[in-house]
Ligand binder design. Structure first.
Ligand code: AHR
Length: 619
């Protein structure tokens, strides 16, 4: 590959090239990033899942004395001999560390004048790692909140631990409990916040935007079951939660305000997805009935951005957030080209949202949820889950797309292996459990095609983002985890995304290829970063059947002889199907080499087959 890179003449790029996409799938929120440790803390799904009795007590769901309108069910505990109570198995265990302070609370109802004991206890040895007592304020006829802290005296050797809440019953004691909560330290110590080690992993992706709260989860499975922003704000006891799209109940503890804090903490802008009147069972809200959904999106925007003189701005202030947030991007729905939704989306749904939002917020940029539809100045959202060869075949797909209607690649991932023929996804066949290196390199080729057009490709986000290895609905995922922080595993796509995102282009630059140089098996994009004062070449070598090293000779116009450059090359010594698992987290090797430009600003190096690289030269 011999290239001459001009110092000008390309296009200014999108400042949002690398973002993240989040929806609560695979317990990525509840039991994942949202740091709550107690599973089924408020019995929102109408079961006692994750709870069991201790001390010979009996547990029963009770609806006779709701804690709140949102949380009508509680657990009634009766019986027990010397002790009675209940224990929670957590989201498949509890990580107990001496260095951590655990902050908890619960509501109780019923006459009790003794002390409650709360503990973190081994399931296998019954060893108590942390315990404290809380003087009861519990009285008959009303709910009373108790708070406590747990400070372990030692590290638990594994996560096979439970949370126990117990008391000393008399023969007549009958107590009810609800909203039993326990948090470890959270990222930036936010109350009701996020797991720090997962947030650190997200930070390393250098994300510029977060697309949330869906995915499918924004629309809901059936009529009425959409993500309803107003039910996700305010005190936890006022959040009913909802049956999520992915087979488990969403507590909505991770709600709209928490999304805004998350964005603030990682310096991201929000692409706010609003439900658009399509349910995944194919039901569509009629034109006559859609106005309240549109109004709800306006109310949500007013809640986030309105000043305190507006009704919803006042609500935000009342909840403790007087300062408005800024929403620059909204997406109407999710994949409205599917589930029979496209005709109504084109016919009235998108237009009704677009016109109403634009009338009130002309500066908000609005994405349609499908590449198949644009309206006025809307952007588009293109999703691609496919096989490695198919991704590579799409390297040039954005070259001729209309500028002016930017494309967000809101979801993408290589999910199945090549078949020997150029084939797209087979949705009846299983998906790979883990991202494979050949798939990740193919994704990189696709991303280079996007970056070459980053005046019209607005941003890209891998999906799904997070997966709890104990309960998941989709593979592969970018970051996998359990309750044990030591299990956190990034996929082999992650180092590529992190490398590309940490080397943003502010401008693409024309790279003239010498005779005999063409794309395949090497692919590249050249550009510069004006803020860093660098020339950049991002490249990948992809040959699905194996191939030789590719020599590169890249001359940057304007780069002086002797200028320093850094070449970072990612490879997987384990071959095309190398992947990370909790037992082997380092399938990808990073090699960093310092180079000096020769005469004419020329840099020379070679890249092996199935490699991804960034060359950065300081001008
Ligand atoms: O990322 C998983 C799912 O894939 C998303 O919910 C949906 O948008 C897509 O079909």
């Amino acid at each position: 590959v011999t290239l001459s890179v001009a110092k000008s003449g390309g296009n200014a790029t999108s400042p949002y090239m690398y973002g993240i996409m989040f929806e609560d799938i695979s317990h990525s929120g509840d039991g994942g990033l949202y740091a709550e440790l107690i599973q089924n803390r408020a019995f929102q799904n109408g079961t006692l899942d994750a709870w069991s009795a201790v001390g010979g007590a009996t547990l029963a769901l009770d609806t006779s004395t709701p804690l709140s309108q949102a949380l009508p069910r509680s657990v009634k505990v009766t019986g027990g001999q010397h002790t009675a109570g209940l224990k929670n198995s957590g989201f498949w265990g509890f990580d107990v560390k001496k260095s951590k302070k655990y902050t908890g609370s619960f509501y109780s109802y019923g006459e009790y004048s003794g002390r409650f004991t709360v503990s973190l206890v081994s399931n296998t040895t019954s060893e108590i790692f942390a315990t404290t007592t809380v003087k009861s304020k519990s009285v008959a006829g009303r709910w009373t909140q108790h708070t406590f802290e747990l400070r372990p005296t030692k590290d638990a050797p594994d996560i096979s631990n439970s949370f126990v809440l117990e008391y000393k019953p008399t023969p007549h004691t009958e107590l009810k409990f609800n909203l039993i909560s326990l948090f470890p330290p959270t990222y930036k110590n936010r109350a009701n916040g996020m797991r720090p080690e997962l947030m650190e992993k997200l930070k390393e992706l250098n994300p510029t935007y977060i697309r949330c709260p869906g995915g499918n989860n924004v629309e809901g499975n059936y009529a009425g079951n959409y993500w309803n922003w107003s039910a996700t704000v305010g005190p936890l006891k006022d959040r009913p939660g909802r049956p999520g799209t992915w087979g488990y109940y969403n507590t909505d503890g991770l709600g709209l305000v928490e999304y805004m804090h998350w964005a603030e903490d990682l310096g991201m802008d929000v692409v706010l997805a609003v439900p658009a009147g399509l349910y995944l069972d194919g039901e569509v809200v009629s034109e006559a009935d859609l106005a309240p959904f549109v109004q709800d999106a306006l109310n949500e925007l007013e809640f986030l951005m309105g000043d305190v003189s507006t009704p919803y701005g006042a609500l935000r202030a009342k909840l403790g957030y007087p300062k408005p947030w800024k929403i620059k991007f909204v997406e109407i729905g999710n994949e409205d080209n599917l589930w029979g939704g496209l005709d109504s989306y084109k016919g009235y749904r998108f237009r009704m949202f677009y016109d109403a939002i634009k009338a009130k917020y002309p500066d908000i940029f609005i994405f349609s949820s499908t590449a198949e539809y644009m309206y006025k100045q809307s952007g588009r959202d293109y999703h691609e889950y496919t096989r490695p060869d198919y991704f590579v075949s799409q390297f040039g797909m954005f070259d001729n797309w209309t500028a002016g209607n930017p494309i967000m690649i809101g979801e993408f991932a290589s999910i199945q292996n090549n078949t020997g023929k150029l084939e797209d996804t087979d949705w009846n066949a299983p998906k790979n459990p883990w991202s494979t290196w050949i798939g990740s390199v193919a994704e990189a080729v696709f991303l280079l095609g996007a970056e070459r057009n980053s005046d019209r490709v607005w941003g890209v986000s891998f999906a799904p983002l997070l997966q709890n290895l104990n309960s998941y609905q989709w593979t592969p995922d970018l970051i996998s985890f359990t309750a044990d922080p030591a299990d956190t595993t990034v996929s082999v796509s992650y180092p590529i995304l992190s490398l590309f995102a940490k080397h943003p282009l502010t401008h693409t630059l024309p790279a003239t290829a010498a005779n005999g140089t063409s794309f395949g098996p090497a692919y590249w994009v050249a550009g510069r970063n004006d803020a860093a004062g660098t020339y950049l070449l991002k490249a990948a070598v992809y040959n699905s059947t194996g191939g030789a090293e590719v020599p590169f000779r890249v001359g940057f116009d304007g780069l002086s002889r002797g200028a320093p450059a850094t070449l970072t090359v990612l490879t997987a010594p384990g071959g095309p199907f190398a992947h990370n698992t909790p037992a082997n987290k380092n399938a990808v090797k990073t090699a960093v080499t310092q180079l000096r430009a020769g005469e004419g600003g020329v840099l020379e190096f070679s890249l092996p087959d199935l490699s991804v690289a960034v060359l950065e030269a300081k001008w």
